[in-house]
Design a protein around this ligand. Structure first.
Ligand code: NAD
Length: 651
């Protein structure tokens, strides 16, 4: 089965996950049959989808008419009818091995020969589920995160017998529904995300149990110093303390006393009104910034990194897959492998060894892979190589937050790739863009475009969590914006969605801006007690009228693409359908244009803007004179005479 052969999808279960998966697949254009064991249950699921689609549509996140999407969904109670012509079945029934085996046995009987049989299980063995069929090579794990409509990640899990063909088609299917897949090459307990997330709560539990820190201190430290969206105890309360407890018990692991106490007392978190914090009589979480200054956060992060290293060493997943998984699936501010490369793998190893010496417990035992990296001198970014290559030794630098491609004809496309944070700028992203622009041979580049991953944002701002723990005066964000603004080739921002704060400043640092009509522009900094710090105030006031620029900065309100165009902030606001075409038309001129002339035009216009007219005219005259002597100019003139397209070579 190839992804192109998948057109009919059946989802088993209309519960939490089942209805969400059905919705996502139907939005992407698939015909989906959703099956549950009783009509009432399928009806409930169907209604939940209707409600959710309505919301998405109101927010402009689904363009198609909700009714048209609903038309692609059938509901069914009879299993055989539901699956008899399915190309792909996604099982999202309750998490019980016996039930899943029974279902997969039936699927083996009722589905077409080539159908892919996927399970959305969070914790059960794909290998074992597959034993219920005669075609284990077509059984695969497809682990969505809750809620599927919002969460971008899907783990694609190999059972022992799963064929590459099945896994690849599944992976491509996930991409085709607009989600991000990662491969989990062996069905280890917890797969990737839950395995690596394990120590986050576990080590925090041990630290508090032994009195090394309080619950509030640990949560405050992880959130305010290390940038995690929630503290480990806060997260435990949200997901249910019993959930993590049972996973640990089943895996035969020790449970920290602080966790055991809560479970014994029946205080399981938000769902019971009380857990580590009190949600009934109290006000929920009570930790504050500044409370966790003395917490040894490396203790927790070293264990997380060790878990990641084990997975890499055992060929379960690559560092990239793990980092993508943790960013998208667990909301980590950056992947643990990337973070470890910054911390220094030797530092991480030393922390584990220290803990292992002190407690002698296997949970601190450094993984083979981590030891090997350190022994080989691959201790991270400073060494030029760690989990990733930074171009220090042999290979090319790995970028964690951007994607890029350079075409034959010289179009350098840069995609801001932090969809989980609406492509907000953080230090890594800015460093990586600067590195890319500085290390790509400028002679190979004719024009540069910037865009955001996904269809929600160009970039929604600067990621404040990424600045956690760094004093403001240490930040030099201006280098990034200056590098973009002064890049000697034309730059164009392709804006689809939010273009706010730092993202807006990046767009303004580009020469040209084209946006879809639904895009929004703004400088929300004032609402945080800040002002734009990446050149936004200065570029806006030079680009717009005084009043308009101040309106944007003072009020912190967003303006529509239409207004932005009217104000002259962007070149064009166009419909989604016209977007690519419009961008193409601009790029034709930029990429095919005379490179030296474009470079000079950019230079004198940028420099002249900030000087008086005489100085500006002088710059122009010099550039004009220089261009007269170029081969490009001769080619341009010849082509004009011969009535043909000029072929400029930048000479
Ligand atoms: P749920 O209880 O909300 O829904 C399960 C549904 O399956 C129920 O409506 C039930 O009636 C139905 N069902 C029972 N037997 C069935 C059968 N033979 N055929 C079709 N439907 C059947 O559970 P959920 O939270 O949606 O979880 C479903 C699966 O997804 C589980 O394996 C779970 O581990 C996994 N999962 C859950 C989450 C989560 O956060 N809830 C996240 C990822 C994966």
């Amino acid at each position: 089965m190839n992804v192109d052969d998948i057109s009919r999808v059946t989802v088993l279960g209309a519960g939490n996950m089942g209805h969400g998966i059905t919705e996502v697949a139907a939005i992407a254009g698939y015909h989906v049959t959703m099956r549950d064991i009783e009509q009432e249950l399928v009806d409930d699921g169907y209604e939940s989808i209707e409600w959710s689609l309505q919301k998405l549509s109101e927010k402009g996140l689904v363009e198609e008419d909700p009714d048209a999407v609903m038309d692609r969904i059938d509901t069914e109670v009879d299993l055989e009818t539901a699956v008899s012509d399915a190309d792909l079945v996604i099982e999202a029934a309750p998490e019980q091995m016996e039930l899943k085996k029974e279902i997969f046995g039936d699927l083996d009987e009722f589905t077409p020969e080539g159908a892919i049989l996927a399970s959305n299980t969070s914790s059960l063995s794909i290998t074992e589920i597959a034993t219920a069929t005669e075609r284990p090579e077509q059984v695969v794990g497809m682990h969505f995160f809750n809620p599927p409509v919002k969460m971008d990640l899907v783990e694609v899990i190999y059972g022992a017998e799963t064929s590459d063909e099945t896994a690849e088609a599944t992976y491509e299917f996930v991409e085709s529904i607009g989600k991000t897949p990662i491969y989990v090459r062996k069905d280890v307990n917890g797969f990737v995300v839950n395995s690596v997330l394990g120590p986050f709560g576990d080590e925090a539990g041990w630290m508090v149990s032994e009195g090394a820190a309080t619950i509030e201190e640990v949560d405050a430290a992880m959130v305010h110093r290390r940038g995690y969206p929630m503290g480990p105890f806060e997260l435990g309360d949200l997901t249910g303390i019993d959930i993590g407890y049972h996973v640990r018990k089943e895996a035969g692991k020790d449970v920290p006393p602080v966790v055991q106490e809560k479970v014994d007392a029946g205080d399981l978190g938000q769902k019971t009104g009380k857990g580590y914090y009190d949600y009934e009589d109290g006000e929920g979480t009570t930790y504050e910034a500044g409370q966790g200054e003395d917490v040894d956060t490396l203790r927790i992060e070293a264990r997380i990194v060790n878990e990641a290293a084990k997975l890499i060493g055992n060929d379960v997943a690559t560092a990239e897959a793990i980092d993508t998984g943790m960013r998208l699936g667990a909301g980590f501010p950056e992947g643990p492998c990337r973070r470890a490369d910054k911390l220094g793998l030797d530092t991480v190893l030393a922390k584990l060894e220290e803990l292992y010496d002190e407690y002698g417990h296997e949970r601190y035992e450094p993984s083979e892979h981590l030891r090997e990296l350190v022994e080989a001198g691959h201790t991270g970014e400073d060494a030029g190589k760690g989990f990733y290559d930074y171009g220090g030794s042999d290979g090319e630098r790995h970028y964690a937050t951007i994607e890029h491609s350079l075409s034959e004809d010289g179009l350098l496309e840069i995609t801001l790739d932090r969809p989980e944070r609406l492509n907000a700028l953080n230090q890594d992203l800015m460093d990586e863009v600067v590195h890319l622009l500085e290390t790509t041979d400028v002679d190979d580049v004719r024009a540069v475009t910037f865009e955001g991953t996904g269809d929600r944002a160009f970039s929604a701002g600067a990621d404040i969590t990424g600045f956690a723990g760094i004093a403001p005066h240490e930040k030099d964000v201006t280098e990034f914006f200056r590098t973009v603004a002064e890049y000697p080739r034309p730059t164009l921002a392709k804006i689809d969605g939010f273009c706010l704060g730092g993202g807006h400043e990046l767009a303004l640092a580009c020469d040209l801006r084209i946006a879809t009509e639904g895009s929004e522009f703004g400088f929300p900094e004032i609402n945080l007690g800040l002002i734009p710090g990446g050149g936004g105030t200065q570029r806006a006031i030079r680009m717009l009228s005084d009043a308009r620029a101040k309106e944007l900065v003072f009020r912190g309100e967003r303006i529509s693409a239409e207004r932005a165009e009217e104000w002259g902030l962007i070149n064009r606001a166009v419909s989604d359908e016209e977007f690519d075409e419009t961008v193409e038309a601009f790029l034709d001129d930029l990429v095919g244009g005379a490179p030296i002339a474009l470079r000079k035009a950019k230079q004198v216009m940028n420099a002249g803007r900030d000087q008086d007219i005489d100085a500006g005219l002088e710059l122009e005259a010099q550039a004009f004179g220089l261009l007269l002597g170029t081969e490009d100019m001769q080619e341009g003139a010849a082509a004009f005479m011969e009535d043909r397209e000029a072929e400029f070579e930048g000479k």
